[in-house]
Design a protein around this ligand. Structure first.
Ligand SMILES: Cc1cc2nc3c(=O)[nH]c(=O)nc-3n(C[C@H](O)[C@H](O)[C@H](O)COP(=O)(O)OP(=O)(O)OC[C@H]3O[C@@H](n4cnc5c(N)ncnc54)[C@H](O)[C@@H]3O)c2cc1C
Length: 427
């Protein structure tokens, strides 16, 4: 008898951790990912703000495939656009492959709600390439402002608006605030500090609303210190001609609006079934990560939702730890050949950082803030990064930046100008 073939869509936290734990003697495993690298989303904002270079937070999947726990699994690049349930196949832009069991771990993408064209006008932080685009835009604006004599134009160039006061919004607003407070006078003496405006818009009555009230309060105070204007209880009604109109009618001019206000499951066409996705375009599963209504198809990580866990009636939070723990649980059940272990989420807490020496952390009832939380945040992120080279590079970069208040990474490199030959003619 040949081995059963498991196809895994997505090599993020969920997909890679599943493959590590699957029994290679029982299964023939194929990982398909759009990118040939695994990336570390919690540090996207550091790439966007020139704190880290992209290679430090990405890891080649093929190198990971050589390592002990993953050896024996195979990788192919491709974006899965279609799953055919009746034929048991998945299709990418390059090929169609068959499976015996399918694991969907493709994560989420930006949600622009009803404004389907918004993605053309805003900046986002859901991938390494989106983070690089943000970085280039920020640097380009600073450089252009530095050589512009027209004060009004300078202000227009330097108005930054962030929509969404969750961890990503808070962290990127804080990082731009840090540039304003500490970097400008040293590296861009032509620009006055008060010419840069950073506005953070949040729809609810507090920042970081998935964390404790203390964490929200501290985060708001840290952002104040970094000269970020925080507006609560407001949503963005529209964004046209570089004007963001808020729910109270107020208008803000910005040519750089960073959208962090929502995510939705990655779209993949499904044929041979009338299955409907659940809230947030996530696949509804049971507590064993089996997609309800399908055989031999599973979903883990951000793209999965189960409401069967009484402790999380609205689904588990979309966090790396949930993805990792679900992956391990599913691997256990698949290896055992029987679905006898339910997924039970062990909450390890939440953290966010807002510039140098400032972070907030809720860890099992313990609330940390300031420098202690910041060191805890750095430690947790360092140990979670894939690859010793990446850990060392990040540590060196952070240490250097800590003592020098600067980073050597403010390089305006625009890869888009020189697209791959296969992409010529796409734009
Ligand atoms: C900016 C940001 C900051 C975050 N900060 C934190 C944090 O501090 N702490 C925390 O716990 N969580 C954080 N998260 C959430 C965390 O990153 C996610 O919960 C986690 O990445 C989910 O893992 P996943 O494997 O489900 O999805 P992902 O890690 O997103 O991986 C999905 C993979 O699927 C691939 N893929 C997508 N579509 C396709 C397709 N059609 N075909 C083939 N491959 C595809 C992608 O290339 C990617 O490699 C953050 C997320 C973001 C965006």
């Amino acid at each position: 008898m040949g081995k059963e073939k498991i196809v895994v869509i997505g090599g993020g936290f969920a997909g890679l951790n599943l493959i590590k734990k699957l029994d290679k003697s029982k299964f023939d495993i194929l990982l398909i990912d759009s990118n040939n690298y695994h990336s570390f989303p919690p540090l996207f904002y550091q790439v966007a703000s020139s704190g880290l270079d992209p290679a430090s937070i990405c890891f080649p999947i093929r190198r990971e495939m050589r390592k002990g726990p993953v050896r024996g699994a195979h990788y192919q690049m491709g974006t899965v656009s279609k799953i055919d349930i009746s034929r048991q196949t998945v299709t990418t832009q390059y090929e169609t492959v068959s499976y015996d069991r399918l694991v969907i771990a493709a994560g989420t993408t930006n949600n622009f709600f009803s404004d389907k064209d918004l993605h053309k006008r805003v900046f986002t932080l859901k991938s390494t390439t989106e983070a690089i685009r943000c970085r280039n835009e920020i640097l380009d604006r600073l450089e252009r402002a530095a050589i512009t004599h027209d004060a009004a134009k300078r202000r227009r160039l330097l108005s930054f608006v962030v929509i969404g006061g969750g961890p990503t919004g808070v962290e990127i607003a804080g990082a731009i605030g840090e540039m304003k407070r500490y970097i400008l006078s040293r590296e861009y003496p032509e620009i006055q500090q008060d010419e840069v405006t950073i506005t953070l818009i949040e729809g609810s009555d507090r920042l970081l609303r998935t964390m404790s009230a203390d964490a929200s309060r501290e985060a708001a105070s840290y952002l104040g210190h970094l000269m970020v204007d925080v507006k609560l209880n407001l949503t963005m009604r529209s964004y046209e001609d570089n004007i963001a109109t808020l729910s109270d009618g107020c208008e803000i001019y910005t040519e750089m609006l960073i959208w962090t206000a929502g995510v939705t499951g990655v779209p993949v066409k499904m044929e041979g079934t009338d299955l409907q996705r659940g809230p947030g375009q996530r696949y509804v599963t049971d507590r064993y990560n089996r997609i309800t209504g399908l055989d031999n198809v599973y979903a883990i990580g951000d793209i999965a939702i189960t409401t069967d866990d009484p402790a999380y009636p609205h689904g588990h939070p979309q966090l790396a730890q949930v993805a990792i723990q679900q992956a391990r649980n599913l691997a256990h059940n698949l290896n055992a050949g029987s679905f006898d272990r339910q997924f039970i989420y062990k909450d390890k807490g939440a953290m966010a950082t807002i510039g140098r020496n400032r972070a907030v952390a809720d860890l099992k009832g313990i609330h940390l803030y300031g420098r202690v939380a910041w060191f805890a945040w750095m430690f947790v992120h360092l140990i979670s990064l894939l690859g010793m080279r990446n850990k060392l590079t990040v540590l060196i970069n952070w240490t250097w930046a800590y003592f020098s208040y600067s980073s050597s990474l403010r390089l305006l490199i625009r890869p888009d100008r020189y697209p791959l030959r296969s992409r010529w003619g796409e734009r």
